[in-house]
Structure formats: C-alpha cells, structure tokens
Unconditional design. Structure first.
Length: 234
C-alpha cells in the first residue's frame, strides 16, 4: 500500500501571507508545509512587507519554508543570507513564476530556456550548507522539453525535493496541464517529486495517486483557497 501523499500549500502572491497561513493552520490544518510568496531583491533592497512576513513571531503555528526568486548568484546570496539570518534552514527556489515582469528578466520560469544560467544560479546552493533547498518549476517557458533537459542536472543536486507544475510559462494559468509531459519527467526524476496544478477536489487527488504512485506529495494553491478544508478530506 502506498504512503499517503504529503500536502504542501503553494505560495500565492497577495493571498497567503502570514496572517492567512496562521489562520489556515489553526482552523483547518491538514497541510505539512506552507511556503511564503517569493522574496525578491529590488534595487533598494528587500520590501518591508516581505521582511514582516518572514519574522518567526508571525509564523508560530505553521511549518514554513521561505521561497526566493533570483536571476543571479549575487541575488541568490543576498536572499539566502536573509533566510539564514532569520533562522530558516530550508528554502525553496522559484523557477516557475510565469508573470512576464519576472520572466523577461530571466527569473522564475523565464530562466528555463537558458540552462547555463539555471546551472550557475543553482550551484550557489553549495555556498549555504546549513540550508536545505528545494526547487519549484514549470515544464518550461516555451517548450515542455526545457525542464526535461535540465533534469539530469537537477537529479545530481542535493535537493530535498522538486515541485513540478505541468504547464509552460507562456500559458500562465490558462489551458490544460500536460500530464504526458509530467509523466516523462516523473519517470526520469530520482529526487522526491511533488505535483502542483489544478488540484481542486478529492477526486483530483485520487486520480493522481492512481497514475503517479511514487509521488512524494502534492502542492495545492488555488484549490485550498476555494476549499480550505480540502487537505483534511484526504
């Protein structure tokens, strides 16, 4: 008998701040790990609202992993340093954000067509041995083959897990998820793998358990916003 899926709550900009996360954990629960909306470095430094969202005093009920979005090792070091100073020992790297403002600067899913840039960015994890890193990504920006081509490199990194959303960046959140492309990635992935995308009901979860029994778990975002009790039904 397969182990039940672990459930993570996806970060959603403008929604899942510390107040929301704490309320959800206390009232509904059923989620193993919550993630902050991505922290980014701006010209003037970090935004105050992102700093407030990270403080341990605002996150006492939920198991929390901060997420970063970066384009260069320099940005990565600044953000990872902030996480370390704030006491976090696990961080998630966003290679999946589809928003053009980020993507056209080669952040989020916008970096996926540039494998050399991805490798330089992710190799910065070795400078932070006290932090365990995970990666959230899409199938690619223009093509579902972009993440597949990166998989041998990703498999060789000491990551706790990968989370894959089976759309390309240019879709944003439109159209259907590509389960065939996800299946190819799943078959070749040697790291613990989470599925993210269009999980809104208990039957949605059960259909995944039947098709992908080796998944470590699932990450749910909009489905938990609309049905905050969903994780407790599973």
């Amino acid at each position: 008998m397969m182990e039940p899926y672990v459930i993570h709550f996806a970060p959603l900009q403008g929604y899942t701040d510390s107040v929301y996360r704490e309320a959800h954990a206390q009232i509904f629960g059923g989620v193993e790990t919550y993630y902050t909306p991505f922290v980014r470095l701006e010209k003037t430094g970090f935004r105050n609202k992102e700093l407030r969202d990270l403080v341990p005093e605002a996150n006492t009920s939920a198991s929390l992993v901060p997420q970063m979005i970066a384009v260069s090792p320099e940005e990565f070091r600044r953000i990872a340093g902030l996480f370390r100073e704030s006491g976090y020992r696990h961080a998630d790297i966003n290679l999946g954000c589809p928003f053009p403002m980020q993507a056209r600067q080669h952040r989020g899913a916008g970096i996926l067509p540039y494998p050399d840039e991805v490798k330089v960015l992710l190799e910065t994890i070795f400078e932070f041995p006290e932090i365990q890193f995970s990666v959230k990504l899409r199938l690619g920006w223009d093509s579902p083959e972009e993440a597949q081509a990166l998989l041998p490199f990703l498999n060789g990194l000491p990551l706790t897990h990968l989370t894959l959303h089976p759309r390309i960046g240019t879709q944003q959140y439109k159209g259907k998820t590509d389960l065939s492309a996800f299946s190819r990635f799943y078959d070749s992935c040697t790291l613990p793998l989470f599925y993210n995308g269009d999980i809104r009901t208990l039957p949605d979860i059960r259909s995944l358990t039947g098709r992908f029994p080796r998944l470590k778990g699932i990450m749910i975002g909009r489905g938990l916003l609309s049905s905050p009790w969903l994780a407790t039904e599973y």
